[in-house]
Design a protein around this ligand. Sequence first.
Ligand SMILES: Cc1ncc(COP(=O)(O)O)c(C=O)c1O
Length: 463
Amino acid sequence: MYKSEQLALSLKHLIESATWQPHQKLPSLRQQVEQSGFSLMTVLNAYQELEAQGLIYSREKSGYFVADHCADLPKNSVVRNDKIAINSVVFQYLKSVQAEGVLPLGSAFPDSQLLYSAKLMQTLGQRAKQRRSYEQMPSLPPGHYELRKLIAQRYCMQGIPTDPSDIVITSGGLDALNLSLQAVTQAGDYILLQETVFYGAWQTAERLGLTVITIPEHPVHGLDLIALQQALNDYPIKVCLLMLNSHNPIGFTVSDAIKIQLAEILHRHEVYLIEDDVYEELYYGQKKPLALKSLDEKNLVLHCSSFSKTLGAGFRVGWVYAGKFSEHIQHLQLMSTLSVNPLIQSALVEYLSHRHYEKHLKSVRKALKRLKKQYYDYLNERLVQHCQVMNYPSGYFLWIELPAHLDSNLLYQKLLNHKISVAPGSLFNATQQNKNAIRINCSFEFTPGITQALDILIAHIQE
Ligand SMILES: Cc1ncc(COP(=O)(O)O)c(C=O)c1O
């Protein structure tokens, strides 16, 4: 990359993150030369490049200014959703796919064959024979101390200083999200979601009577910082609920550079973030993607995760890095679920204390990477002329954007007649958009039965 491109890119980040506001004057060429150490020619080229991209404009004898790029956003890109009614849609969907013999390509859970580690089951069996494993007192909120300590250690290993008292054990990730949102907001408060998001987020907002401001997904970065900045300027948003790693349903992971800018924006606006990171361990590369929690100097982030996607959703164990909200969340737990099952909490302590979990994660990641490639190659080869199959290197979902005329609700109904489920896009958007997209779960072994089901799906799309 040329030096001028490098400089243009770092200035672009400042503009996109709204560190430099619209119509703000940029440092003069001379100041920029002094600050950056680049030559005048390099700085001039960088400014001209940004001008060509429409990010800045020049005024004769006055210098360069940040363009009002928010003005270029389509007017409806930041949307206020007052009345949300998604719960019954989700309820009906889940009922329909629960029927006996339905192939669960629409399921949010990984294939149980990959999870439920034999070692954990063995530990559970041993603990189940001991009366003390059922003792309620050590498991009451905030949850088993040793389990919280082990989770805190895992945060510390990622460079996130954590004390067991920051962690509250919950009944899965959904409970963690619900409790966090309830602790931070009151009915009528404004929250920010992406347009397309895990339906649990919409359901929680519906239950708590919150006003949801949505921003669109960014086609390249996943998260649209300009729209986010505009939403924060226009509405009194109290909390953002975002998925930055292995987004459900689309699958993207937001880059470190965008996360750094997001942290800066949230800190500047003093807005809380509920970070839904339940797929955090299902990455395929060498390096675990950053949690925004690791950039959270002001303690504004409540980081929610769970063992559902790695060990099994049937255990119903999750947690929230609640920090200062820990006590409030425990109060809410005492009024609802009370505590997570003591037996599974104590078995997890034993299991996580050894290397079993790391070994298990490695094999789950390897299997998911292989399976997702098999599904993607099969579908993409046959559908490339009809639709876009989005493929990201993590998790086990493929997001398929269908031809515009195809309604995913109808497609889902037709496939159900063949005892195949897919998740229609409208499940992930309370405004019932995404009608022409579906989510496919690729965690099931790629057997002839699966290819037969995919062939039926392909035939319906090609029709
Ligand atoms: C994005 C996201 N968050 C939270 C959850 C809930 O996880 P859990 O099963 O641990 O409650 C899910 C489950 O599908 C999910 O996809």
